[in-house]
Ligand binder design. Structure first.
Ligand code: FPP
Length: 290
């Protein structure tokens, strides 16, 4: 069973524009967990004829703002895709080194602010493959925010979903070996979930910036039933108000988890009522849930 976080909000600190959008949201139906694929730092910089690292710096400012807005509305879990395992392998060494330096700087500067906002920091990904100096700073930041009881902010670092699933399989096999062998190993979805990185519930909403229509190896298992929201805005231009717009859009969706919508249920009952007598009922039942 995944850990569930109870959270409280701090609405008076929202900006005036944020407050207007927030006031229209259904407070009973806020997503519990939002995961964001932050994309477009490089394009943001290119469009301004600036080096890519300027885009990444602006991206960090966006992280700061979005984390605060999310914490203020009482979101329980926010997960940010900061560095994919692929970024790590496929970007020029100088850019990777810059991103690592930026991460260390972010952690040092952000801990007091995270504490003020009662945010607890955690990580997912192959953290042990990151440079020692980054690992030390990550450990320090995690420990420094460990007592906070508000939003859980998870940074996905050197993260890849397929790697995560491979690591989960290895972990299941190790656990079975250490617990008397494979005889009683009963593999089901809960077991697989419990061996994935982290302990947050599955995301309800995935946001991707910069208009790309991909999930890029992000939380593949966990987003099976998540709603997806894509915005053309590049990450450095994304604001707290955009986060709230994404939540408003999410609230307009009907989540079905493979079942039928309430309106199609009614329709189905009506059509069953109409067709039962002439032997059409079975045909009416054949609708495939989406
Ligand atoms: C995508 O931009 C973003 C990243 C590679 C990493 C995101 C990193 C940050 C926002 C800054 C660091 C984060 C933290 C938490 C310190 P891109 O370079 O892929 O953009 P492009 O697709 O336009 O080239």
């Amino acid at each position: 069973m995944k850990h569930l976080q109870q959270n409280s909000s701090n609405l008076e600190e929202l900006s005036a524009k944020e407050r207007v959008i927030y006031s229209r949201l259904d407070k009973e139906r806020l997503p519990r967990h939002i995961a964001i694929i932050m994309d477009g730092n490089g394009r943001w910089a290119n469009r301004r004829h600036l080096p890519r690292f300027v885009g990444h710096r602006r991206g960090v400012q966006t992280v700061r703002g979005v984390v605060e807005t999310a914490a203020r509305i009482g979101l329980s879990y926010l997960t940010l895709y900061a560095f994919s395992a692929e970024n790590w392998k496929r970007r020029p060494k100088a850019e990777v080194e810059f991103l690592m330096q930026l991460l260390r700087q972010y952690l040092r500067q952000e801990v007091p602010r995270l504490n003020r906002n009662n945010v607890r920091l955690t990580y997912i990904g192959r953290i042990h493959e990151l440079p020692d100096s980054v690992q030390e700073r990550l450990k320090w930041a995690e420990e420094s925010t460990a007592v906070n009881t508000g939003m859980v902010l998870t940074l996905a670092l050197n993260y890849g979903a397929r790697t995560e699933i491979v690591d989960a399989l290895r972990s299941i096999i190790d656990a079975a070996r250490n617990n008397g062998g494979f005889e009683h190993l009963d593999i089901d979805e809960d077991l697989v979930s419990s061996h994935l990185y982290g302990s947050m519930p599955d995301p309800d909403l995935v946001i991707r910036t910069s208009g790309e229509l991909r999930v890029s190896n992000f939380l593949l298992w966990q987003i099976a039933y998540a709603e997806i929201y894509i915005t053309d805005k590049l990450w450095p231009d994304f604001e707290g108000t955009d986060l709230l717009h994404a939540i408003a859009d999410y609230q307009g969706r009907e989540r079905r988890y493979g079942g039928l919508t309430s309106s199609s249920n009614e329709q189905r009952e009506r059509s069953l009522g109409n067709t039962y007598d002439d032997g059409q009922a079975e045909i009416a039942l054949l609708g495939v849930p989406k």
